[in-house]
Write a protein that binds this ligand. Structure first.
Ligand SMILES: Cc1cc2nc3c(=O)[nH]c(=O)nc-3n(C[C@H](O)[C@H](O)[C@H](O)COP(=O)(O)OP(=O)(O)OC[C@H]3O[C@@H](n4cnc5c(N)ncnc54)[C@H](O)[C@@H]3O)c2cc1C
Length: 468
């Protein structure tokens, strides 16, 4: 394979040099292993780079970045493919999954995770010390990808803010091939920009962040028959704003497929899934949740005191890759009018084909600037709205139409143009003008200025791209 000339569509280059300088595999389209190296979680967003490199450490990352700089190639980064938004055509792709080291420092209450580490591994490693990280709803998302996009934890978020707010150090290879140790007192601008600006500034090789003392929490989900959604949400709407910051809630209107790996009560069913978590005792948690449990009988109730290692039970995100299309917006309120609009859009009488229409109540510490500021743009947004339509290309037009309808239907109540970076899909913020609104013009302009300093040639553009 050494010496193969590749036409990336951008220019010709020879991969022999790469074989000699990296320890991990260097794979071209058609090579055995290439398909696994570029696999995404969302099967509707395939990634097809000119070359895929399975990096084994920071040295490999530096070698790839220096090679890319010499050949003027864009560099794409893939950990789990949960937010692969561009096809990476003509790019060199860095797959980080082999960088799977986790180190816990129980005395300092911090953990360091390498680029390919998923949340499940950190949660398991920290639980031994009675500590927990600010992981998200899905255990198989990468720590680095999630944290660089802010990281909204359904358990810790309202009490502690974004995961990005608790990062103490970032190790990153920038476009010049340097491995930098970035902290608030060493490279403050780069530290600010990476946390929220995501993969635009380099390849993060490891990240160190704070942990919280926690062994058990009270949480899980209540699945109600979809026909009861209006009745339950009428109570949820008044109840959610009364919760303390230690409690978090969201709900999803689900139209589930008839899959054998789902519990019988969920297979092929139309359900309202109310999620709840509380950082406190079972007794207090039960009292807080009582108004929702009192509305009507759920078909499934998994809310109980449980170890943090079981936190994925709250959302029950799908564990295996599927083809899907996604949409997101925000809401300034969940008023009676919004509830009426939601029932018309996704309720029992609608022919809505979307798998999941979800609203997360944010607020609390997610609204507050952290001690060390960062570029996370979504503070102050009261409600996050998300939707997922599952299906392949034959359903794309239908699903995209319904995702567009969601944005239009709820436009009268949208909070503003900002969004959560982690929830931006392939069809969101596809132009610099639109991304500038997602970040807010002032924040975007500062990000662009820092980008000019660290990545003037825009090597890292296979993402929601901040132009230098
Ligand atoms: C089922 C599901 C549940 C989710 N739940 C939550 C949630 O509760 N809270 C939340 O905040 N988000 C959530 N997300 C969003 C998730 O955080 C983002 O999709 C995140 O970007 C995934 O990161 P990844 O690295 O695993 O994915 P990838 O697709 O591999 O990467 C995503 C982006 O991050 C960049 N990136 C990844 N690693 C690096 C690196 N080492 N250096 C530089 N850039 C890098 C990539 O280039 C890419 O642009 C969820 C997503 C899904 C699909």
């Amino acid at each position: 394979m050494g010496g193969t000339a590749v036409d990336s569509g951008i220019g010709k280059f020879d991969v022999a040099e790469l074989h000699g300088s990296v320890a991990g595999p260097v794979l071209l389209p058609g090579d055995e292993g290439y398909a696994d190296e570029v696999a995404t979680f969302n099967l509707s967003n395939p990634v097809v780079p000119a070359v895929a490199v399975g990096v084994t450490g920071a040295g490999d990352v530096q070698a790839v970045v220096r090679f890319a700089a010499r050949h003027h190639l864009p560099v794409a980064v893939l950990a789990t493919g949960h937010q692969a938004v561009k096809n990476a055509h003509g790019a060199i792709l860095i797959n980080t999954t082999r960088m799977d080291g986790v180190r816990v420092d129980p005395a300092r209450r911090t953990a360091r995770a390498e680029a390919g580490v998923q949340w499940a591994a950190v949660v398991a490693a920290t639980a031994k010390y009675g500590l927990a990280p600010m992981s998200g709803s899905a255990p198989d998302v990468s720590v680095v990808g999630y944290t660089l996009g802010g990281g909204q934890s359904p358990v810790f978020g309202r009490a502690q803010g974004y995961a990005a707010d608790h990062v103490v150090r970032i190790e990153v290879v920038t476009a010049d091939g340097e491995l930098r140790h970035v902290a608030p007192d060493s490279e403050p601008d780069l530290f600010w920009a990476l946390l929220g600006g995501k993969g635009n500034f380099g390849v993060v090789t490891a990240i160190e962040f704070e942990l919280f003392e926690l062994t058990e929490f009270y949480g899980g989900g209540l699945h109600f028959p979809g026909e009861q959604m209006e009745k339950v949400l009428r109570v949820w709407r008044e109840w959610a704003p009364t919760l303390p910051e230690e409690a978090s809630t969201s709900f999803a209107v689900l139209r589930l497929p008839d899959l054998p790996d789902l519990p019988p009560a969920m297979r092929g069913k139309f359900l309202l899934h109310v999620r709840f978590s509380y950082l406190g005792t079972e007794e207090d948690g039960e009292l807080l949740l009582a108004p929702i449990r009192a509305v009507t009988a759920p078909v499934l109730d998994s809310v109980q005191s449980r170890p943090y290692t079981e936190s994925p039970v709250i959302h029950l995100d799908p564990p295996s890759p599927v083809p899907y299309y996604e949409g997101t917006t925000t809401l300034r309120e969940f008023s009676a009018e919004v509830l009426d609009a939601l029932v018309a859009f996704a309720g029992p009488g609608s022919d809505n084909p979307l798998l999941n229409v979800e609203i997360r109540a944010l607020g609390g510490a997610l609204d507050r600037e952290p001690a060390v500021p960062n570029a996370v743009p979504s503070r102050g947004i009261p409600f996050l709205m998300l939707a997922i339509g599952a299906g392949g290309p034959d359903r794309a037009a239908l699903l995209r139409d319904w995702l567009g309808r969601m944005e239009q239907t709820f436009a009268p109540w949208v909070f503003d143009d900002r969004r959560l970076v982690n929830t931006l899909g392939k069809d969101d913020a596809t132009t610099p003008e639109r991304l500038r609104l997602v970040y807010g013009p002032e924040r975007y302009d500062r990000l662009a200025a820092i980008k000019r300093r660290y990545d003037p040639a825009n090597m890292f553009r296979i993402n929601h791209n901040i132009k230098p």
